[in-house]
Design a protein around this ligand. Structure first.
Ligand code: SAH
Length: 359
């Protein structure tokens, strides 16, 4: 077994001083995902269960409706061939498998490109979607065809930078080592120039968060939509109006844990800042179709009818299908916390489920 990441961080911090929260979260998640499959239900009394469950793992309906959304906008956009299905952070490959199966039934059979950094998850994805091609980032995905891009719970895993207001002004949030424990601290360097002017005089203790990785992904996706054509769906836990405060959290075995204990052993996430990302997408040439809550979006796409049809074919499973549907769309479950952001190339049509024009 490799040395715990906490020990490596401790040694680095003792030798060279506190590290940024950005570096801490980036390296912790790289270690976390590289070595395991974190997706799955809890197994009581065992550490064999997963740490968290995502929408495609709850029900095939999620991936199928995404596949039908892509096929619909592709068909109305002129049925381009060839066309690329691109998924960022495909997890177990379940969403892709379900989406591609549903899309194929309505005539869409794209080439498949996965952006995935984890060797452990690549192996599982290869079993689910054998003809996929893998990439470390978007830069090597071909440039010669429209893209139909999907990312579910991908952006929330990318590392955030935080600024904290102190009595002495704004500072970057760093991770230090005190009495053998990793702890968040305010860094020494003034960062006031990096903070929006209207927040310069915020109360001490105020925290703001940015995600440079999500911004880079959004810029590249938007530029590719503008240059290659296509459409994109980003689904994640996040807010649809601007917010301040830290949203960093750690989850292990379906429980919230301290993000500064056992880095690399828990899933670190932060809420996705959809308003900033949609502005970036538009500034880089994409058309923003809208950002809506997952529940209404799946309802607009026909999840009720899909659930009824699955239940009719498998009456023994009707109760389980009803529970899964409720987890995906229920107000108290994923239905309102999760948002779906749609983008399209200029000249491509509106997308289903995004309001009066597209709905
Ligand atoms: N989309 C899947 C999995 C979500 S978990 C689902 O909904 O079930 C996050 C996924 O993103 C994992 O596949 C993880 O390995 C991948 N990932 C996280 N950070 C990444 C990075 N920087 N580059 C590429 N993939 C990354």
């Amino acid at each position: 077994m490799s040395e715990p990441l906490a020990k490596i961080f401790e040694r680095l911090i003792v030798a060279t001083g506190p590290i940024s929260l950005l570096q801490y979260m980036g390296e912790a998640n790289a270690r976390y995902y590289a070595s395991r499959d974190p997706l799955g239900a809890a197994v009581s009394g065992s550490d064999k269960g997963g740490d968290f469950v995502t929408a495609p793992e709850i029900s095939q309906m999620f991936g199928e409706l995404i596949g039908l959304w892509l096929a619909d906008i592709w068909a109305r956009g002129g049925r381009a061939e060839p066309v690329l299905y691109v998924e960022l952070g495909p997890g177990r490959g379940t969403l892709a498998r379900d989406a591609l199966r549903a899309a194929k039934r309505v005539g869409l059979a794209p080439q498949v490109h996965f952006v995935e950094s984890s060797p452990a998850l690549r192996a599982i994805q290869a079993a689910a979607v054998p003809d996929a091609q893998w990439h470390h980032d978007l830069s090597t995905v071909p440039l010669n065809a429209p893209i139909l891009l999907v990312a579910n719970e991908f952006l929330d895993a990318l590392p955030v930078r935080q600024m904290v207001k102190t009595e002495a002004g704004w500072r970057e949030r760093m991770v230090a080592c005190e009495a053998g424990r990793l702890v968040p601290v305010a860094g020494p360097r003034p960062m006031d120039a990096a903070v929006p002017a209207d927040l310069r005089d915020a109360d001490p203790g105020t925290i703001i968060e940015t995600c440079p990785g999500a911004a880079a992904v959004m810029q590249e996706t938007a530029r590719r939509l503008a240059g290659q054509g296509g459409a994109a769906l980003f689904v994640d836990y996040g807010h649809d109006t601007p917010r301040i405060g830290s949203t960093l959290q750690a989850v292990r075995a379906h429980r919230k844990v301290d993000p500064f204990v056992a880095p690399g052993e828990a899933d670190l996430t932060a809420h996705v800042d959809f308003p900033t990302l949609s502005q970036m997408a538009e500034a880089n040439g994409a058309r923003w179709l809208g950002t809506v809550a997952q529940g209404p979006w799946l309802r607009a796409l026909g999840i009720e009818a899909r659930a009824a049809s699955l239940s009719a074919h498998a009456p023994d499973h009707a109760a389980a299908i009803a529970i899964a549907k409720e987890r995906l769309i229920g107000e108290a479950e994923m239905g309102s916390l999760f948002k779906v952001m749609g983008l399209a190339a200029p000249g491509w049509p509106d997308g289903a489920g995004f309001g009066p024009n597209g709905g």
